[in-house]
Design a binder for this molecule. Structure first.
Ligand code: C2E
Ligand code: MG
Ligand code: MG
Length: 515
């Protein structure tokens, strides 16, 4: 009797032995020196000729190590390895408990969704090792800031979810949120690097903002996005507008599936013009959703949703095929050959079979690879740069053109740029828009143009709306332009007319502002 286990267990053991002659199971025991261990114990009874018990034989093995390993596994299943914080599973457990408690005690539960601002920049610039240490340090600061009864969990990446149970006055939530902002944003010193990061926090409260853990987390996440949008380094409570947006999001998601089946997606085409001779040399395909009630929905409203749920993969496949088919149709009508630019999503880029999908679209439509241009963004290729570089090389060797869309808004890592086998840089429209009024944007625009020239890349400016912008771009030596000044994105039949009239006037400059 080691005293380590409850008295009734011993009685149960002896009962079993007297009834059946044996017992086996786990037991906590202690060594003579007082240290405890867990054993696997079998007890057998030995009887003499008269049938009386003469001996009990106990055989045991020390299973402490196995028990420790088991406990470790159970722990690991519920904790994050990097920060040792509870993971999402344990958070869910505790959140469910806290909600039950809150219901009984008539109090609130707060959920805070935290995301470090621009963590990826630190991670990319200083490396994963320092990124990991930063996360650990931030995790410690968060843990030290909240109350002992609160749960701080790591959801993965630079995302943390904090659960505050038993909230009686919601004022405490503001106080804790403010303290968290302050704690996380104090400078970090990691391996000799002084690093500053801030954080954005979204808050949802039970019962007002949701009845179960999943909804509360989702709504806190939506509020966090809003906090990012309004400038980062702040906290926001979930609101009714966010709820409406979340519902709209769900409605779009539901209808989008139907849209694909009902052929409600269509492509608009926007010409790209050579600035030297005013000829149409290319066209960008731009996706639209022709909604039976809402009319033409621009891609910004549904592509992010399609990226989130993966629908962008079949949609993108359709876009590729349709754009290639259309360009081949124009070629067969005898128009001068132009290049069809197709936007690729980062999600498509992550698909292993992207190369095959592109080749299949070209084969099926008979378009020469040089008639296709893929528009990629820096963010898309940076996600897995090495894999992206090798895929881009294969595509380039195959004859497909590659251009870097929205250039200047992403990481613009020059060391990578050198390794991407691209043909063209597309100056983002935000720089073009203000190039004639803001000296900084003018400087960025002309820098991109001269950089392109030095790297032997073509440069196209997008979003050109005014004659002043055009004059500036020409003066800086930009190669091509695309924008409302020449033409808005238009339907294929209108584009055909545009090509026809350009042929008649031998590529003379046309203004066509009808969408
Ligand atoms: P983007 O590739 O940078 O496309 C340029 C956007 O600028 C288009 O918006 C175009 O209509 C707009 N634009 C063109 N000229 C002007 C101008 O002079 N002034 C102004 N203010 N805007 C101009 P749109 O069609 O709404 O597309 C938005 C974004 O959606 C595109 O940006 C692209 O990233 C994405 N997108 C469009 N089609 C597809 C697609 O088929 N697949 C994928 N993955 N993304 C697409
Ligand atoms: Mg584009
Ligand atoms: Mg762009």
């Amino acid at each position: 009797y080691s005293g380590l286990m409850e008295e009734p267990l011993y009685r149960f053991v002896w009962h079993s032995i007297s009834e059946t002659g044996r017992w086996q199971g786990e037991m906590a025991n202690s060594h003579k020196d007082g240290t405890s261990y867990v054993e696997w114990l079998s007890i057998h009874t030995l009887k003499d000729e008269l049938g009386l018990v003469s001996h009990y034989i106990a055989i045991f093995s020390d299973i402490s190590e196995r028990k420790t390993a088991e406990a470790r596994l159970v722990y690991m299943a519920k904790h994050d390895v990097l920060t040792d914080l509870p993971n999402r599973i344990l958070l869910q457990d505790r959140l469910t408990q806290a909600i039950i408690q809150a219901e009984l005690g008539k109090c609130n539960v707060a959920v805070m969704f935290m995301n470090l601002d621009r963590f990826k920049v630190v991670n990319d610039a200083l490396g994963h090792l320092i990124g990991d240490k930063l996360l650990q340090e931030a995790a410690n600061r968060i843990r030290e800031t909240v109350r002992a009864c609160d749960t701080v969990s790591r959801q993965g990446g630079d995302e943390f979810v904090i659960m505050l149970p038993n909230v009686i006055q919601t004022g405490i939530v503001d106080t804790i949120a403010l303290e968290l902002l302050k704690a996380v944003s104090a400078p970090y010193l990691i391996d000799g690097n002084e690093i500053e990061v801030t954080t954005s926090i979204g808050v949802s409260i039970y019962p007002g903002h949701g009845q179960d853990g999943d909804v509360l987390i989702k709504h806190a996440d939506a509020a966090m996005y809003y906090a990012k949008k309004v400038g980062r380094n702040n906290y926001q409570f979930f609101t009714r507008e966010m709820r409406e947006r979340a519902q709209e999001h769900m409605a779009i998601e539901k209808n989008l599936r139907r849209a694909v089946e009902r052929n409600e997606l269509c492509l608009y085409y926007q010409p790209q013009v050579d600035l030297k001779n005013g000829k149409i040399i290319g066209v960008e395909s731009l996706l639209r959703w022709n909604h039976p009630q809402s009319g033409m929905i621009p891609p910004g409203q549904f592509i992010p949703i399609a990226e989130e749920n993966g629908m962008i993969v079949p949609i993108g496949k359709w876009v590729l095929l349709e754009a290639c088919r259309q360009n081949q149709a124009w070629r067969e009508m005898g128009f001068p050959e132009i290049t069809m630019a197709v936007n690729l999503s980062v999600v498509q880029f992550r698909q292993k079979d992207l190369g095959e999908v592109i080749v299949a679209a070209l084969h099926k439509t008979g378009l020469n690879p040089s008639g296709l241009e893929l528009e990629i963004t820096e963010g898309a290729v940076m996600q897995d740069a090495e894999a992206a570089i090798s895929l881009l090389h294969v595509l380039k060797d195959y004859g497909v053109n590659l251009s870097m869309d929205d250039f200047g808004t992403g990481y613009s890592s020059l060391s990578y740029l050198k390794r991407f086998p691209i043909n063209k840089l597309k100056i983002d429209q935000s720089f073009v828009r203000d190039a004639t009024i803001d000296p900084d944007d003018a400087a960025i625009t002309s820098t991109i143009i001269s950089m392109g020239r030095n790297l032997k890349l073509k440069v196209i400016a997008e979003g050109v709306e005014t004659a002043e912008q055009l004059a500036f771009l020409k003066q800086q030596g930009c190669d091509e332009m695309q924008g409302y000044l020449f033409s808005r994105p238009i339907l294929a039949e209108n584009f055909t007319r545009l090509l026809a009239s350009a042929r008649e006037s031998d590529g003379q400059w046309h203004y066509d502002n009808q969408e």
